[in-house]
Design a protein around this ligand. Sequence first.
Ligand code: ZN
Length: 502
Amino acid sequence: MRIVTGGIAQETNTFQREPTTLADFLRPGFGTVVRGQHLLDLEGTGTVYGGAVAEARRLGVELVPTTYGAVMPGGRVAREAFDALRDEILAGVRAALPVDGVLLVLHGAMALADHDDGESLLIEAVREVVGPAVPIVAPLDLHTNLSDAMVAGVEAFVGYKEYPHTDMPETGARALQILAATVRGEARPAMAHARLPLVVPNQAMVTTWQSPLKIAIDRAREIEREPGVLAATVLGGFPFADVPFAGVSTVVVTDGDPALARRYADELAAVCWERRADFAVRPTPVATAIAEAMATPAGSVYVLADVADSGASGTAGDGTTVLRGLLDAGARSAAVAQIMDREAVAACIAAGVGADLTLAVGGRHDGLHGPPVEVTGTVRLIHEGSFPLAGPMGAGTTASRGRTVVLEIGGPGGIELQLTELRGHPHDLNFFRAFGIEPTERRILVLKSAAHFRAAFEPIATRVIEVDAPGISSPDLASFAYRRLRRPIHPLDPGVTWSPER
Ligand SMILES: [Zn+2]
């Protein structure tokens, strides 16, 4: 059995004004474009391919690699970036023909500069090359905004069930299993989906606690154990995308039973709809959170999550509101990961290690994450920026935020501020350890992350507090100027109703 594989994965925050370019995909540690054998070398990593490649080997399936491009979430993808990656994938698929199936690795919330639904364009292009008889199966991110065109183009979708996305490998493996069974004639996928008039904040999709989305996902796991069910998925959607089909959806794949798929897709949607009021997120005022952290006994580790400025949701990563709060409160033993500010990094590097300087940091990118803040500190460290990830998420891969500086404010034991050249999000303990900061020995860790930080940081945290600061991954969805999103939709419009399709 020959399965050809490749894909493009990007999550688009349409409120981020900076487009995502081909150079972004190609920037090591920020993006990744993996070709040929290097794609198979991902076996065992904390990625979709980490599981899919291992499963292909286990099943004796020949996996023919083409090109896979992924990049930090951000603005809409430039057309030339999409076209270049798509053309490489199509050339690889053509060269691999004849094939028995396609494993297409997608994110599910990619918007292009001139098109809201990048995934459907890629699916349609691949379908045109392989023809109608070759099955296409795709793993999806939990933040997928599922369109009808996407569903029309593939035999089966299977989504992540964890947020933080610690189950990427098993999702890749599951997709490969469904595809292999389909090729062998052991399964005949029948897929149904339901899309709710419901958009919910990322922070209410977390699965490290019993969030409203997790309640539905737990039911999906039960459904997957029923006979005749190949995959049951609840997609939280990506609310920071102003596209018509954004929001919560479900997709169920059964073995040859469309009515059963329909029934379960509707049931899972109903579980989410009944809990729609529970998806509201109310973060804590910054000053309150800092005061609580400073009042706790020595040895405590308080994580203050700057959830509205999460690079994993495509924000600038240069928000200053929490830093302002730390300065105002005279906080000590605090470490901030990270503020993106190329000019400040350049100024610190020009000053040199050990130099004292006063400069404005952050708030330059789009003015949506607080104004620049003036700080005085000592340049403690200048780092070229890349380092290995310990995981769980992305274990075995490398991250980079470009050149990174640690500025120490208020002397030893004060505030250690990381300044970076590139946007990003700290979801791994190495975002401190790589820069000489031991996170278990700091009273306050400020993390610009909506939720992915939880996989690595909840185990070391005395307490996690989501703080209330401005930004384009804010859980306050009413603060976004949606223009293209379908209406009416809960919670932006009053009195929205929904009932399952019959
Ligand atoms: Zn996601």
